[in-house]
Design a protein around this ligand. Structure first.
Ligand SMILES: [Zn+2]
Length: 325
């Protein structure tokens, strides 16, 4: 047999056998997928519980399909006060990691849930307990704590994720910690982190440019949730609809606010889905201010469901539009 004949004969054998091997492989894969597949694939993904939708969006950017994410706070809820459902405890019991804002954002409800979940992977200090404030420079750390200041946070203002420079730090922290919990995917986490950071840094330039003409402008908000956003974009949030954290406004407080808004030329009001729209509308009637729908969470306002970047896109463009009025 010449070399060409031999080659062609062995090619024929391969050609004859290939379909059979193919069928066998297909049958085996079907059995695998039907009887063992779903459990094995599910087990291969990391079960991650995330407290808030902003952190969940960043975790999704970094972890992609490797993470099976459960988010506890809904986009339209106030993260300080949510109902701790028993189903949350079950999720925490089965979790490989817990990603939280820390700085006492969730302190009213998360502690008892984690305690009840009895999951050593989520103990404070364990690699799976990921507190995102760990790498952020916190603002407004009080010199002393006093109860008459309302619901004050000893670790500083916990609403830091809304500033893109902090989101960059949070993403890096999540990638580092996931790489410890799940070292087999460390390279993937780092690669996805780089892609997200590049996209965010490019967007940061666009957002800063859009708000640059409005540097120093005042915005009224219900709760003091925006100091990091203000610092990032050179804006000012000095007037709040609630007189103290967690305390609803009295008519006297609102009347004082109207005077202060006129004095400071604060004629844009951020209205968050969970907080005091009625009071904001009262202020609009007395001042002619513009209401801007706002949220700290993707999905909290229309058109931002896709994630963190889309949320910032919407906030920046609607603010620039309101300032231009
Ligand atoms: Zn707060």
């Amino acid at each position: 047999m010449t070399r060409t004949q031999e080659t062609s004969a062995s090619w024929c054998r391969t050609a004859i056998w290939r379909p059979r091997v193919g069928k066998l492989r297909l049958a085996l894969s079907l059995c695998f997928a039907l009887f063992c597949g779903p459990e094995l694939f599910a087990a291969a993904r990391l079960n991650v519980v995330v407290t808030t939708p902003d952190l969940a969006s960043i975790a999704r950017e970094v972890g992609g399909d490797a993470l099976d994410i459960t988010t506890l706070v809904r986009p339209t809820e106030d993260a300080h006060f949510i109902d701790a459902k028993p189903s949350f405890m079950v999720k925490l019991n089965r979790a490989d990691a817990l990603i939280e804002g820390g700085a006492e954002l969730e302190s009213g409800w998360l502690g008892p849930l984690v305690q009840g979940a009895r999951n050593a992977k989520l103990a404070v200090g364990a690699p799976g307990r990921i507190a995102c404030n760990a790498t952020v420079n916190m603002l407004e750390i009080p010199a002393s704590l006093s109860r008459d200041q309302g619901d004050i946070h000893a670790s500083g203002n916990p609403h830091y994720v809304i500033a893109p420079s902090n989101a960059l730090k949070v993403a890096a922290n999540i990638a580092d910690r996931l790489s410890v919990v799940d070292p087999s995917r460390a390279d993937d986490y780092r690669q996805r982190l780089r892609i997200f950071q590049d996209r965010l840094i490019a967007k940061q330039v666009v957002w800063r440019k859009a708000l640059e003409p409005h540097r120093g402008r005042q915005i009224v908000s219900y709760h003091n949730s925006w100091p990091y956003f203000a610092a990032e974009f050179g804006l000012k949030f000095e007037l709040f609809i609630e007189p103290k954290p967690g305390i609803p406004p009295s008519p006297a407080h609102l009347a004082g606010l109207v005077t202060a808004m006129k004095e400071k030329r604060a004629l844009v009001i951020f209205v968050e889905p969970s907080l005091g729209r009625k009071a904001a509308e009262t202020l609009v009637r007395s001042t002619g201010a513009v209401l801007v729908p706002a949220s700290q969470f993707p999905g909290g306002i229309k058109g931002t469901e896709a994630g963190y970047v889309e949320l910032l896109d919407t906030l920046v463009s609607s603010l620039a539009q309101a300032f231009a009025q």
